[in-house]
Design a protein around this ligand. Structure first.
Ligand code: ADP
Ligand code: MG
Length: 212
């Protein structure tokens, strides 16, 4: 396992995210049908497919990869998720500063940047049944690994596991942000689609670190 993550990792991450989002397109559509309008799977598949196509030309740095993803998601994905994930990837890119490789502290910075972007855009806090409920525990888990002297890969695996648990923990929550909030009490008992796509994206990030 590599201790620092490079541009090759970032490219493998986005290709992996595209693959897992395409594979789970129907599942995300079904989750969004239950508490939204059923477009989340199509939105995410379309956005990441476009990002992979854009990245075929290559990218110099991890920051560049994340910026291309941000711009592509903002310009190709409608709904709430496009601007939210777009801002997340843009802030994640900026949070890395000019460091050339990403270590465990860099993983924490990247995830924190992403969450800051999501909150700046969507104004949600934890417990409102959104993707914030996946990113927040992911950061805490990565931070714990970084503080214990773990590697970037270990930080990503911890983040990925925590994001999945966070997504599952949205099931009993009442939605108070986004389209699902229109359902009121009827939003309870369903897993949030955006928290679920976040778990897939972070799983792809962790898996890519083993490849690149
Ligand atoms: P739309 O709701 O416009 O159809 P999507 O279906 O693509 O967009 O995305 C829905 C997801 O977006 C939700 O499951 C939730 O995780 C996320 N979301 C919606 N509003 C917010 C918000 N204000 N803050 C954070 N995440 C949000
Ligand atoms: Mg939707």
């Amino acid at each position: 396992m590599s201790d620092t993550l490079t541009t090759a990792w970032a490219l493998a991450w986005i290709r992996g995210a595209q693959a897992v989002l395409a594979e789970n397109r129907m599942l995300l559509i079904e989750l969004d049908r239950q508490i939204g309008d059923g477009d989340h799977g199509a939105n995410m598949d379309k956005g990441f497919t476009a990002a992979v196509a854009k990245l075929e030309a290559g990218a110099e740095t991890v920051q560049d990869v994340l910026k291309v993803v941000a711009q592509t998601l903002m310009s190709t994905v409608g709904g709430a998720a496009g601007p939210l994930y777009g801002t997340a990837f843009l802030r994640a890119s900026k949070a890395l500063g000019d460091s050339s490789e990403v270590d465990a502290a860099g993983v924490v910075a990247l995830l924190e940047g992403a969450l800051e972007g999501i909150v700046a855009r969507g104004k949600a806090t934890t417990g409102e049944k959104t993707m914030v409920d996946a990113w927040t525990p992911a950061i805490a888990a990565a931070q714990a690994v970084a503080e214990a002297g773990g590697s970037a890969t270990e930080a990503l695996y911890a983040a990925s596991k925590a994001a999945l648990e966070g997504a599952e923990a949205t099931i009993p929550m009442l939605a108070t942000k986004g389209r699902a909030s229109y359902l009121g009490e009827r939003s309870i008992g369903h897993q949030d689609p955006g928290a679920t796509s976040t778990a897939y994206i972070l799983a792809a990030a962790a898996d890519a670190s083993g490849l690149a």
